[in-house]
Structures are given as C-alpha cells and as structure tokens.
Write a protein of this length. Structure first.
Length: 161
C-alpha cells in the first residue's frame, strides 16, 4: 500500500517535468508548424504573391526563419517569428482579396501618378514660379600624376538670393 501511494504522488511530478521539458517543441508544432504555415498557404491561395508581394514574401521569410530557429532550439524567437509570419500572411491575404475585388489600388510607393506630376510647358520644362539657381566649378588634384584645380559650389533653391 505504501508503495502505491508513493507512485501515485510521483505521477504529477513526472508529468509536469515531461511537459516542461517539451514545451518548446509542442508550442512550435501548434503555433508555427500549424497556424503560421496554414496562414501562409491561405495567402498564397489568395494570390497574395501578385497582389500583396511585400506582405506575402515577408511572411514566407519569417516562416522560414522561424523553422531555422526551431532547429537551433531557439523556441521563444521561433515563436516570435512564427507569429509575425502569421500576421503578415493574414494581411497579405486581406490585401490580395481587396485588390482582386477592385477595392484597393496597387501602385508603387513614392511614384507619382500622372495627375500628381508637376505641370509642364510645351518644351518639356516644368512651369511654375519656383526658382532654382546655382553655379559650380569642379576640379581636383590627383597628386603626383597631374591634374590640378579647385572645387567651388554655390546653390540657391526656392528663389532666395
């Protein structure tokens, strides 16, 4: 009877130790291998590679990095990368669906559309009252071999004198 009681008391301790030692891999299987991989696959199915390339390739890269970190038993960092992969994949899927439905324009950031370009005159020069002026002289010395000179530059932008 004493032997059975001791065994029953040891079961919770052994189970807790086994779960604590295996939290990393089990958490990885749920969070990264299952949820993040599914989210990236859903984004790919929604044609996010063409319609939301930044978010799609970001999620793919984060997922790959998560898998690499898992191989080195870096569980916490692996979970973080897996979570970020999942977030980007969900965002990519959402943007891809919106663009396919025509609810969102796709354009490169920093590139002006034709209606945002400055007005031009017939000769191709920009019109407007903004003035820019400048003068520059360039030269230099290469040392023992030859050329000599000096560099001067003066620039005024915005019509100031």
């Amino acid at each position: 009877m004493l032997r059975t009681t001791r065994f029953v008391k040891l079961i919770p301790i052994v189970v807790a130790a086994a779960c604590t030692a295996g939290c990393g891999p089990f958490g990885y299987l749920k969070k990264v291998a299952k949820e993040s991989t599914r989210a990236v696959a859903d984004a790919e199915a929604a044609q996010a590679e063409d319609n939301a390339p930044y978010e799609y390739w970001g999620s793919v890269t984060y997922l790959e990095q998560s898998k690499i970190l898992m191989g080195y038993s870096e569980y916490e960092r692996s979970f973080d990368y897996g979570e970020r992969a999942k977030q980007l994949a969900e965002e990519a899927k959402k943007k891809a669906e919106m663009r396919r439905k025509g609810q969102m324009d796709q354009r490169a950031e920093g590139v002006a559309t034709p209606d945002e370009l400055p007005a031009t005159t017939g000769d191709g020069k920009a019109s407007g009252d903004g003035k820019a002026s400048g003068d520059a002289k360039a030269g230099g010395s290469t040392g023992a071999g030859g050329a000599k000179g000096e560099v001067k530059a003066g620039v005024s932008v915005g019509g100031g004198k």
